[in-house]
Structures are given as C-alpha cells and as structure tokens.
Write a protein that binds this ligand. Structure first.
Ligand code: SF4
Length: 351
C-alpha cells in the first residue's frame, strides 16, 4: 500500500549575507512515499542540499526557513524545538552525507558511534544495542562485522565507511532516508554495490529515500520519481521513465543530453552553456533564460509558474503547452548547433 511518509509544502529558505538576504530555495513542495526513491537533481547551487538541510533544521546559523511545512505523521516538524527535532533525526529520518569521513567522529570507535543512537532512539540496553549494530553491519554486507565494530574510522576504506554510514542511518529503523550524493566519493565498483544495497534496503525495510545527486546515470538506475531543481526552484518533476523519454524543460533536456554516451565523439559532447547565476543576481524572468536556446521575449520578463500536467508531472516553462508538448524552436545559439554538427533536439529524439 502506498503511504505518504514525508510531505514538504511550500518550503522557502534564505541566508543572511553581507549583501542582503539570499533566497536559496523558493516555495518547494514534494512528497516521499514508502518504498520509493525520489531523486533530487540539478547542478551545484541549484538548492538540492539546502532543501535537505532545511527539512531537518540543520541549516547553518545564517540560514532561516521563512515559509513552509515538513509533515511527518501529519505533524509539522519545522515547528519542533531542538529536543524534539533531535529525536526525529536518526529515528524517523536518517541522513547519509557525501563525505562519510567527516560525518564520523575520528576519535571514537565505529561501534560506540553506532550504539549511541540505537540506545537513544530504540531504548535498547548496551548489550542489545551492540548485537543490533553488528547485525546492521552484516546487513549492509560488511565482512568481519565484529572486527569493523571495534575499529576507528580511519582504519576503514571509503566504501566500507559509506556502508557503515548506511548501517548507522538505518539502525534506528527510520521511515525516510535522505542520501546526499552518497556515492560521489566512491570508486565505480563500490558505488554500484552501495546503490544496490540501498535498493535492497528500500524493499526490505520499506523506507522512502530522497536521493540527492547530480549524476543522471544514478537517477536512471535508482529512482522512481525525479525532481529537477534550478536556482532554488523546482523546474520539472516526473516519473523517471517519463522524464528520460520525454523531458520537457530545456534545462532537463540539457542535463540529459550532457550525459556522455558510449561511442560519442568529443565534438558531439553536449554541455549547457553558461553557469548557474549568482543568487544575488538572478535574472528577472525565467531564471534559466540566459542559458536557454529557446528563450522568447516573454521568458526574459515573466517568471513561469510551476504547472501540474498530470498526477506526477509538473513543469515550469512558458513553452510547454497544456497538453504537455514543448513548442519552442531552437534559436541555434549553441556553436556546434550552428555548424549543424550537433543538435540538442535531435539528440533527445534519437535517444
Ligand atoms: Fe527557456 Fe523560456 Fe522555458 Fe525558461 S521559460 S526554460 S527561458 S523556454
């Protein structure tokens, strides 16, 4: 049975900076169901990590949530005080970070770091917490789990440390796991093992996973639904197959076209020109307009709203009509495009 585990509604976060307040995420809404992996994708600076940190009230001191709700069991956890939210973190919602070494305390043995949250959240005795921690290490495929339990973090390889983090994250039986670039620091084989493990745990523990990544290969393999972010806004969301088969927003199209393909020559490699704008100097209309090859006058003056096109489909673009067709014409500003060697539209259709 599908159960909505976490419901993020209208979340807006700003940072107080010397040059004024910068809105890092702007009216973000999405949900995570049980046994579902939701991908949050976009380039650096698109607001993916700020979204997850806001959800758990882990923002740095200059960060402030100015609107929104994060509903867990129909309660808005953003209204919780420090003590209440600490209980939620780890127990109901666990988080795995990109760099596991910085998330572990280097002077404490792995086992001690694992036992503490188990005793706190599950109320287990020391002996029972130890047994549970070792079982969790075994469950994430760590050989000689008793030995790893007694080691210090620096005595573990990168892949092993990330597995420890996953075991720690899941040891308090959370409903939701937030994984922020969990495999970026790992080599490809370990990456595949860790992703496989997360998929297995999704099924066996029925957790809902929010997977934050810039890697569309990982998204295609892991996710059920995808949310694409740009400049702190959701620009498109869809079921994974639909997104890859029929991306509507020019930014999504650009991201998909930028994934290198086997046999592709250097000339055929695509990139999205320009870069994510500084949050203090956002353009007036569509935030993607300066990089968009389809932009019309309206795009420069009027910010598009996020429109619902179906149960699971939303898009923020003036040139997507009510039927869900993209009606823009490429104005050929890409150098390679002008030479007719390469065309983003052709690439999308061909694939
Ligand atoms: Fe491009 Fe205009 Fe759509 Fe923005 S609204 S993505 S500029 S076509």
């Amino acid at each position: 049975m599908v159960e909505k585990l976490l419901d993020v509604k209208d979340l807006t976060t700003q940072f107080k900076m010397d040059k004024g307040n910068l809105v890092a995420i702007n009216h973000i809404s999405f949900h995570i169901n049980n046994e579902e992996v939701v991908g949050l994708v976009g380039e650096s600076g698109s607001g993916k990590s700020v979204t997850s940190l806001s959800m758990l009230k882990l923002l740095p001191q200059n960060g402030e949530i100015i609107s929104g709700e994060v509903l867990l069991n129909n309660e808005d956890i953003l209204k919780y005080d420090k003590k209440q939210i600490r209980k939620i973190r780890g127990k109901d919602i666990a988080m795995i970070f990109q760099d596991p070494m910085s998330a572990l305390n280097p002077v404490l043995r792995v086992g001690n770091q694992m036992m503490e949250p188990i005793m706190l959240h599950l109320g287990y005795s020391k002996e029972r917490a130890k047994e549970h921690a070792i079982n969790m290490l075994k469950e994430v495929g760590i050989p000689a789990a008793e030995d790893v339990f007694n080691r210090y973090p620096h005595q573990l390889s990168g892949g092993m440390t990330q597995r420890v983090m996953i075991a720690m994250g899941l040891s308090s039986k959370p409903k939701v796991l937030i994984a922020d670039e969990p495999t970026t620091a790992l080599d490809v084989t370990i990456q595949a093992q860790v992703l496989e493990l997360m998929l297995e745990l999704k099924k066996t523990n029925k957790v809902g996973i929010l997977l934050i990544t810039h890697d569309l290969g990982v998204v295609a393999e892991m996710c059920d639904r995808v949310i694409v972010m740009y400049c702190g806004r959701i620009v498109e969301s869809a079921e994974v197959l639909e997104l890859f088969e029929n991306p509507l927003h020019p930014y999504t199209r650009g991201l998909i076209a930028s994934v290198p393909k086997i046999g592709q020559s250097e000339e055929e490699l695509h990139y999205i020109r320009g870069r994510v704008p500084d949050l203090s100097q956002l353009p007036k209309g569509c935030k993607f307009a300066p990089r968009c090859d389809y932009a019309i006058d309206k795009c420069l003056n009027e910010e598009p709203i996020l429109r619902k096109l179906g149960e699971q489909r939303e898009v923020r673009c003036h040139l997507v009509n009510e039927r869900g067709d993209f009606i823009g014409s490429c104005i050929g500003r890409i150098k390679k495009c002008r030479k007719e060697i390469y065309c983003l539209q052709k690439t999308i259709w061909r694939n």
